[in-house]
Design a protein around this ligand. Structure first.
Ligand code: CP
Length: 312
């Protein structure tokens, strides 16, 4: 078992072996969720704070379930019901909560770099649950876990990630993760949402979704993040749909055993048609299910795994 991190801030800092350690650990965690009593005492006595300064359904609830399955105590913090609405800063909020002696802070924030910022003044383990447009490491880890479950190996796989790449922390984390594991990543979207700077990360770039889909093994669709757009990045949703929506006709261009992924939440009828989202090729709900095992693995490796003293 090789995992030498105190925090999980991004995939960029992880070695391929560390990523595989998370996936292997998640595989052994998955069995716990199938038991009648879905709980083991591994993290009994540990306290985890779920600090969500941005909305979440999947990440927040799966971190909570993951902590509970490992018998850790978890406290949920919501920005809207906290003293943040009275003007308390991020630093003062976190210092206040850390004074209650948690062991780990799970943070989602709209500012890129927020998770790293916490490590400059916190003593707890910090886990990035999505920071602005920067990274969403546990999403990429659960995506890789799901791909390995379906495809067995990453070597030579063609993974096409399509949509609002510019604003996507999921895309950034998946580029790092899948390339480190040996897959070929193709990014696709309109040029306004797929700037040249992404070439420096190593993936192929395509603005033509029909061509990009040819021979794809994994088709990962991303949500159009209208809430992060300060200007118009395409003429209309109708035009976007015509060029980049995953439909049954388009999907025929991919390999016959290709799978469909989406981190959620989905805009049905915008980036993916309803029948594609619900089709037998879709592993979208498996991604959600696997998120619990992967987050159990992350909590275990940071808080209870071997070699913790060395990392601390
Ligand atoms: N994929 C993802 O991060 O979903 P949530 O925003 O619901 O957590």
């Amino acid at each position: 078992m090789e995992f030498h991190q105190k925090h999980l801030l991004g995939i960029e800092q992880l070695s391929p072996v560390e990523i595989l350690t998370v996936l292997d650990t998640a595989e052994s965690m998955a069995e716990i969720s199938t038991r009648e009593v879905k709980k083991v005492p591994t993290l009994r006595g540990k306290i985890i704070l779920n600090l969500f300064f941005e909305a979440s359904t999947r990440t927040r609830s799966s971190f909570e379930l993951a902590a509970k399955r490992l018998s850790a105590d978890i406290v949920n913090f919501s920005q809207t019901t906290s003293a943040v609405v009275k003007g308390e800063s991020l630093k003062d909020t976190v210092l206040t909560l850390e004074a209650m002696n948690p062991d780990a802070l799970v943070i989602r924030h709209s500012a890129s770099g927020a998770a790293r910022y916490l490590t400059t003044f916190c003593r707890s383990h910090v886990i990035n649950a999505g920071d602005g447009s920067h990274e969403h490491p546990t999403q990429a880890l659960l995506d890789a876990y799901t791909i390995r479950q379906e495809k067995k190996s990453f070597k030579g796989l063609k993974v096409v990630i399509t949509g609002d790449i510019l604003h996507s922390r999921v895309a950034r984390s998946n580029i790092f993760c899948l390339q480190k594991l040996g897959a070929r990543v193709v990014l696709c979207g309109p040029p306004t949402l797929l700037p040249d700077e992404f070439k420096s990360f190593g993936p192929d770039i395509s603005y033509d979704f029909d061509r990009a889909l040819e021979d794809a093994d994994v088709v990962m669709m991303l949500r159009i993040q209208l809430e992060r757009m300060q200007k118009n990045f395409f003429p209309s949703l109708r035009e976007y749909r015509n060029l980049y929506c995953l439909t049954p006709e388009r999907f025929q261009r991919a390999n016959k055993n290709a799978i469909i992924m989406h981190p959620g939440p989905i805009n049905r009828g915008v980036e993916i048609s309803a029948d594609m989202a619900d089709s037998a090729k879709s592993v979208i709900l498996k991604q959600v299910e696997n998120g619990v095992s992967v987050r159990m693995a992350v909590l275990y490796l940071l808080l209870g795994g071997k070699d913790r003293e060395a990392a601390d």
